[in-house]
Design a protein around this ligand. Sequence first.
Ligand SMILES: Nc1ncnc2c1ncn2[C@@H]1O[C@H](COP(=O)(O)OP(=O)(O)OP(=O)(O)O)[C@@H](O)[C@H]1O
Length: 688
Amino acid sequence: MNETQLDNKDEPKIKGTEHETLKKKYVDECLERKRLFNQVIELKGNIRVFCRCRPLNQGEVSSGCSSVVEFNSFKDNELQILCGDSSRKLFKFDHVFGPQDDQEAVFAQTSPVVTSVLDGFNVCIFAYGQTGTGKTFTMEGTPESRGVNYRTLEELFRISEERSCTMKYELSVSMLEVYNEKIRDLLVEDSNHGVKKLEIKQAADGTLEVPGLEEACVHSVDEVWKQLKIGSQNRAVGSTNINELSSRSHCLLRVTVKGENLVNGQKTRSHLWLVDLAGRGNCKTVMFVQISPSSADSVETLCSLNFASRVRGVEHGPLHKQADPQELFKYKQMAEKQRQNEKEIMKLQNSLLSLQLRFSAREQLCRSLQEKTRDLESQLAEERKARLQQENRVAAASAKPSSSFAFSYQNQKVWTQKKPPVGPSKSRPPLRGLTNLPSMPKIPCKTGTANHTSTDEKENISGTVRTINTKTLMRPRRVSIAGRPPQALTQFHQPGRQVSIATLHPDSQMLSTTKPADYSTIRTWIPQPQRRVSIATFCPNSHMLSTVKPVDYSNVRTLIPQPKRRVSLSTERRGSQLFSTMTPQNTFKFQTDTGSVRGRLSFARESRRLSKLFSPMPVLKSTPEGEVTPVTGRSKYLGSPSVQVGSWKPKHPTVVALHRKHFVWSPLKQRSQKNDRKSLLPSRTSDC
Ligand SMILES: Nc1ncnc2c1ncn2[C@@H]1O[C@H](COP(=O)(O)OP(=O)(O)OP(=O)(O)O)[C@@H](O)[C@H]1O
């Protein structure tokens, strides 16, 4: 049951396959038939000359004329003409039709050529001969005895119907007359100028065309016959003498056959010319030479036969199928487009190859950069580790009491030879502000009158009276100077930026005896000549002394080459004096009359904190009552305006911090074009 169902199910497939196979075989057979048929026609000759001799008519018989044409019953292609001197002249043609041969016999020899029209070849059939020899009778015939034209068209329709399964044909007819070297369209009548006049023009492919020639579609022989009647009627109307017309004009019937192969889509367009006088050179030609058997016409007969013999000697080259010009144009366009596409493809391939090469080169570069990045990261990690270790060592050393003030920086040799590790801002060490200072002893100063904006600062300052613990203050101090993050540091290098380093002496005065030579060692750290660094000292209970000369500060500008570096300053007391000594390696010390000072310079990464640290620093002066007031005067470096003693009230957070912190190192805030805040630091040398 299942097998039966499967068989029924698969049966259409099998039939479809067989159908395709048979169709392919059929097409192949048709092509082979055409090839062999055309070969036979070519072997017979593309110009075939038939000789037809009409019978003696009643008038000729009555006048006693005899036949001068002798036929060979064994050879249907020869005839002999009896000449006046009793000689015979032999003529050979493709076929010789005698008086006994009817229209059917004549067309039997013509029909193979007609078939070539449906195969896509041009065919021309025409008749030539003396007047009254039967040209019209052969070509047109009579209703009772149809001629070549009618039979040819009838054959075309028959074959086209026979090939309807594989071929589709469209037939149309045109009819024209050549008279006095003028061409007239016999199927179209012009009411004003008679029949339509045409011209013969040579097409690009060498064929002769008649542009504008009317083509009437025909689907049967009857329709063809109807068109032929119209043409014959127009031909008669255009001439006043029908006998003259018959002798001098040439009538041509053109049948256009458009064929389309339904299997492979091949299209053809061919013409069948049925001419009773002249034919066309690139086509299969059948010429009927019409002769009269009468002895009275022997001279004309010989002329016609000689001409026909010469025509028969004309040889055509191999003929070709006539493709549809529109199809040919379409194929040419497709070929041109194909060539353009091939060029475009070649261009794109070249472009692709170029891009691939560039991509490979960049890929190689990317790999190289990645390797380099990995090496740098590894180096960075090592440097971080080394720096951390060194910081730990420095921190441990700073924790121990020192007998001298020292200004130390971390491994200057390493910093100057290698770039500092650059990492994300989050991983940078935090700003070291003023928090690493020892707590200041209480001094008899009153800061409660200061007006601050910060609540915390108010709590720290208001109502506090501090006294100075000399022992505590004389301990070695460390002062931090905060730098700016990389972005802020760029501004830090702008002209007008000032950095101050202040030291605070707990007793009554602050001394700074740093020599220019000492600061010159720092110069090499600051590449920007516009940088100004000032070191200021102030004493909370009496006055501020600054012994650093301007030239010294200008030298300090060149001290900080790397914005991300930190420099530590430390102060140290030796006995009753402060010493400050700075060495190029890792210690900066400077001596004062009261001791040495060691501090630390650090560059912070938070601009907010820096803005506070870089704020103008007030100069305080102790009053006899123990109150700390700003020192009057104007900083020669900062351009600070004079401040009225006793009237100054700190507002800036940094100043507030100075009240809270008794020992401050702070770079001054950069001068701004918009807000040119004046420094409150006193002149360095005025109080020295
Ligand atoms: N093979 C033939 N058998 C019988 N009658 C013929 C044959 N050929 C011609 N005739 C007769 O001969 C006469 C003249 O024929 P036809 O008019 O066809 O000659 P033609 O060559 O066309 O003359 P023209 O050049 O003047 O037109 C016609 O009456 C025709 O019937």
